[in-house]
Design a protein around this ligand. Structure first.
Ligand SMILES: [Zn+2]
Length: 497
């Protein structure tokens, strides 16, 4: 029951038929379903969404989604237009080169696709990487102001361009990406990840891990100092006040999420603490975590304190953990959100567990995994949907070494596949109405499916570092030594990194 792109409603409208959940060739888009329901209430409505019986993961099925998805991105590329991939949803102007709505996010996905060269994807992805990287490079400074955010500023742009440059073996392009990272604001009115200086800091640390560039390191630590200074402490509680809109001079909000609140900011401070320790160690010094005159100790205290704040604020529900929308509110964030919900909180908590050896954080991170019943009411996207929650599960698998998380991630892959729609003969893993972009569209979903199918580190954040096995051991699970992703596409056993 699919209305293919370009088909009109009317007497030739496709009939409701069997298999709408499992056969994308007979599935409507959301827009088609909405139009149908609005026009003819009660007449032949499709069945409600229900979960089909579980089935083994199919690499062949995922490969089809990946091959069709890359072809979808190829067909959607428009180098002569203001946006390399136009977003059908975009009703406002946005940065054409940012990660969530612009070209950088799609470039990141294409780079991962080309790096892994799955058998069903030929050189199309590599050709697209070359074209997209050149397009972004030509517009690197064509913006009125370089904004720091990972998602909506140019921090994600620097990461995507650097990774593409490494893939292409293009040292000039890599230098351009690092130079862009040098230009990101170190401090500013917004401390968050998506729009603010924590996004810039995370990008600097990720690129420093790859380059050892001392400017990136020093600016990352300076940014961490600025974020620490901006903390809005309330006793033992850690929080940050974030401008309600970018550039707002009044009106702030505070939240626990990764994109706009505590979990993401604390992730930056945690990685900065590790940078400070490694920097001191390289100079032959041993940083003392009880000496609060030192940056390292203050960063560790903030990261751990933020973790404690998250633990205190968590609301249990059917075995899982959720957080209120604001520290003083009762509204709960529903849905599988990387940006505002439990998925992003879990990404911080599992990193904190790996770094501190405190298994309370590991236990809480496990409880951020999505419940099976929640999968069928979530969109597929990376920011606010299934793909973002799937990335948490793959992080949990990488850190703990527990196979169940990869199995759960595969289950999310199945749900994404079961909700795929047919457009112009291709199986598309995100609603076409959501466009091609990373945040809500095709590219972010494909990035998760690529990592699920081929492994590799998570997107956008610094690499996971060493973890004491005791920190992440689940007493209910028999497990061997955990493993950590350390650098692109390399997995090293704990204790050998
Ligand atoms: Zn989101």
């Amino acid at each position: 029951m699919c209305r293919r792109k370009g088909e009109k409603r009317g007497s030739d409208r496709m009939k409701v038929s069997r298999g709408p959940l499992t056969d994308p060739n007979v599935r409507w888009t959301t827009a088609a379903a909405q139009a149908y329901l609005a026009a003819e209430p009660g007449a032949g409505r499709p069945a409600a969404r229900v979960a089909p019986p579980g089935r083994p993961g199919s690499g062949e099925e995922t490969d089809r989604l990946l091959a069709d998805g890359i072809e979808h991105l190829r067909r959607g590329m428009s180098p002569q237009e203001p946006y390399l991939w136009r977003s059908d949803r975009a009703t406002v102007h946005h940065d054409p080169c940012d990660a969530w709505r612009g070209a950088a996010g799609v470039l990141a996905t294409l780079t991962r696709a080309a790096r892994h060269r799955p058998s069903t994807i030929d050189n199309t992805a590599l050709d697209l990487v070359k074209q997209a990287a050149a397009w972004v490079d030509a517009r690197l400074y064509e913006v009125s102001r370089i904004l720091p955010g990972l998602s909506f500023g140019r921090a994600g742009t620097a990461i995507a361009l650097y990774d593409a440059a490494v893939l292409l073996g293009d040292s000039r392009l890599a230098a351009r990406a690092v130079a862009l990272a040098h230009c990101l604001p170190v401090c500013g009115p917004n401390a968050d990840v998506t729009n603010g200086v924590s996004g810039a800091g995370l990008a600097r640390i990720r690129l420093w891990q790859a380059t050892d560039d001392p400017v990136l390191r020093d600016d990352a630590l300076a940014g961490a100092e600025a974020v620490l200074a901006a903390a809005d402490r309330d006793g033992d509680e850690w929080r940050w006040s974030i401008p309600s809109t970018t550039g707002a001079t009044s009106g702030t909000h505070s939240s626990y999420g990764f994109g706009h609140g505590l979990a993401g900011i604390a992730t930056f401070l945690l990685h900065a603490a590790e940078v400070a320790d490694r920097t001191a160690a390289a100079k032959g010094a041993t940083p003392r975590r009880d000496d609060l005159s030192g940056l390292s100790a203050r960063l560790w205290r903030a990261a751990r304190g933020a973790g404690e704040t998250l633990l205190r604020a968590a609301r249990p529900d059917r075995g899982g953990l959720f957080w209120p929308a604001t520290p003083d509110g009762d509204d709960r964030i529903d849905g599988l959100h990387w940006c505002n919900g439990s998925a992003g909180a879990g990404m911080f908590l599992i990193r904190l567990a790996a770094a501190t050896g405190d298994d309370r954080f590991a236990s809480a991170a496990r409880r951020c995994a999505p419940a099976a019943h929640s999968l069928w009411t979530s969109p597929p996207g990376a920011c606010c949907g299934l793909a973002g929650a799937g990335q948490l599960l793959l992080d949990l698998a990488d850190v703990t070494g527990e196979s169940r998380w990869r199995a759960d991630a595969a289950r999310i892959g199945e749900v994404i596949a079961d909700q795929a729609v047919a457009v112009d003969g291709l199986r598309i893993s995100a609603e076409p109405d959501n466009g091609y972009a990373y945040g809500a569209g095709t590219a972010g979903v494909l990035d998760f499916l690529l990592r699920l199918r081929h492994g590799g580190p998570g997107p956008w954040l610094p690499n996971l570092r060493t973890a004491p096995a005791a920190a992440v051991a689940d007493p209910s699970v028999s497990m061997g030594a955990g493993s950590l992703v350390n650098g692109p596409d390399r997995t090293v056993p704990i204790g050998q990194s």
